[in-house]
Design a protein around this ligand. Structure first.
Ligand code: ADP
Length: 466
């Protein structure tokens, strides 16, 4: 079975978030299911630089405003199709944002081009059995395939990002104006790449069962809950995994390797050194995240005094909203709070290895990956009861503790008060070493890999082909 996976990012080549982790791990996971997956990416400088043995698979005289080639080659373990279109992708810095910190004005064309190339390649040059599209950046591919070609799957990694554009783009993006309707790709007078995918893909998936259910509700659907309800029969929630070769505490070259919770101690000491934190009586809590409204860290700032009063500490790595960055800088005035603003893969590993607990208080979270990393490293997750966080953590209720099943703490509803209460519970559990050890052991034993979900995707592809 041949599947073309189409995405705007892919770890380890280019990553801004969990989407890249997933598209980077999926091909390897699918191989064990007998699926040959190739990944189509925009030809950003970092992707072209990593491409080995690139062969010209296809040439386009005019791909949304300039000439382009599709190069087939490899980068490490990944089989790639790279859309080499300098007029769209030959730019330094962020893949989505210009130097002014705003979306590149031609983002609709940049990613419609990716989608167009995917449809053409899957039809003509590398006949695929299924085209697997990820998020709005690949949203027009199912639309372009409507006139013929393999069936398509669209995975929603985050419904908050729609890829909207002005109606003037209809012609340049090669859309049929007659589909510019509320039943088609129109979204309140604009055109929406994500909605095009939601309407025209043969199947939809999202990255956890709970998020699949949430998407149909106005609080979570971001204006597309009606579309989601209309397509409920074609929607499946398939949990993300993490790459357990990269995220393996027993072999991780970035930390002091360990395979039992006791092995965390040297990593905790090292983390305190790196972050400049003193010894403390309470749990060392860590955060690795984008700092945006979604992630709920404004709530953590409000609840933090409860943790600090109990002798706990916070070590945070993240970047994003300047106001949140400033607020965490201010919070770091406390000697038990350490903050690093930025993006740092190596430090992320050290935080997750060295922390006692990892905090993920998201207002919504399609799947979330850092809680899975926390589980694998025996770093007890404290999460909001939403999306994939709800599906991957078992709350340390008295019943779950008695049953020996608990892996973390869930907070509900997502607000500062319940979060403060959750931090208090965390400290209570921490103060009972036998219970804490049970949580850590359960966490490290929890399934966080791709096996089950790879089977689910393979079954979905097979059903589509049949
Ligand atoms: P999202 O995709 O919404 O950002 P996820 O939890 O799905 O959230 O995935 C986030 C990914 O990005 C994880 O692999 C996490 O470790 C990584 N990450 C987030 N922020 C940082 C950072 N500042 N430094 C290093 N890695 C980060």
């Amino acid at each position: 079975m041949k599947v073309l996976s189409v995405a705007s990012e892919c770890a380890p080549l280019v990553k801004t978030g969990g989407l890249a982790d997933v598209t980077g791990a999926l091909p390897g996971a699918m191989k064990t299911e007998g699926v040959e997956m190739r990944t189509m990416l925009p030809g950003y400088p970092a992707v072209l630089a990593a491409l080995e043995g690139g062969q010209v698979l296809r040439e386009e005289r005019d791909l949304m405003g300039g000439p382009a080639r599709v190069l087939a080659g490899r980068a490490g373990a990944l089989d790639l199709m790279v859309v080499d279109a300098p007029h769209l992708y030959a730019r330094e810095g962020s893949i989505y944002l210009g130097p002014d910190g705003r979306d590149w004005p031609d983002n609709p064309a940049r990613f419609a081009a990716l989608s167009w190339a995917a449809a053409e390649v899957a039809r003509h040059d590398w006949p695929a059995d299924v085209v697997h599209c990820h998020d709005w950046q690949a949203g027009f591919a199912p639309y372009y395939l409507r006139t013929g070609g393999p069936p398509s799957v669209l995975t929603i990694h985050n419904i908050a990002f729609h890829g909207n554009a002005a109606p003037e783009e209809i012609g340049p993006l090669r859309l049929d104006p007659s589909d510019f309707t509320p039943e088609g790709y129109e979204f309140w007078g604009r055109l929406s790449a994500l909605k095009a995918g939601l309407v025209w893909a043969d199947r939809l998936t999202t990255v956890s069962p709970t998020y699949a259910a949430e998407l149909m509700r106005p609080e979570f659907g971001m204006g597309l809950d009606g579309v989601m309800r209309a397509r409920a029969a074609d929607l499946a929630g398939i949990l993300n995994g993490i790459d357990t070769a990269v995220w393996n505490p027993a072999t991780d070259p970035l930390i002091e390797p360990y395979d039992t919770p006791e092995g965390k101690a040297p990593n905790k000491a090292a983390l305190r050194r790196i972050m400049g934190l003193p010894e403390a009586a309470g749990p060392l809590c860590v955060v690795v995240s984008r700092l945006t409204e979604q992630k709920g860290f404004d709530l953590l700032l409000e609840a933090l005094p409860v943790l600090l009063a109990r002798g706990g500490q916070l070590a945070l790595l993240g970047s994003g909203d300047p106001a949140l960055e400033r607020a965490f800088h201010a919070a770091a005035e406390d000697r038990n709070v350490a903050v690093r603003i930025g993006y740092d893969e190596a430090l992320a590993h050290r935080l997750i290895a060295g922390g006692d607990a990892i905090l993920v208080p998201s207002r919504f979270e399609p799947c979330g990956l850092t809680q899975l990393m926390g589980l694998r490293y025996g770093t007890v997750p404290l999460v909001a009861l939403t999306g994939g966080l709800a599906d991957t953590v078992i709350d340390a209720s008295p019943a779950a503790l008695a049953a020996g099943a608990a892996t973390g703490i869930q907070v509900h509803p997502v607000a500062a008060g319940p979060l403060a209460h959750g931090l208090g519970r965390l400290c209570d559990l921490w103060e009972t070493p036998a219970i804490w050890a049970q949580l850590q052991g359960n966490a490290m034993a929890a399934p966080v890999g791709w096996e089950r979900s790879a089977r689910a995707y393979a079954a979905l592809y097979a059903a589509l082909i049949a």
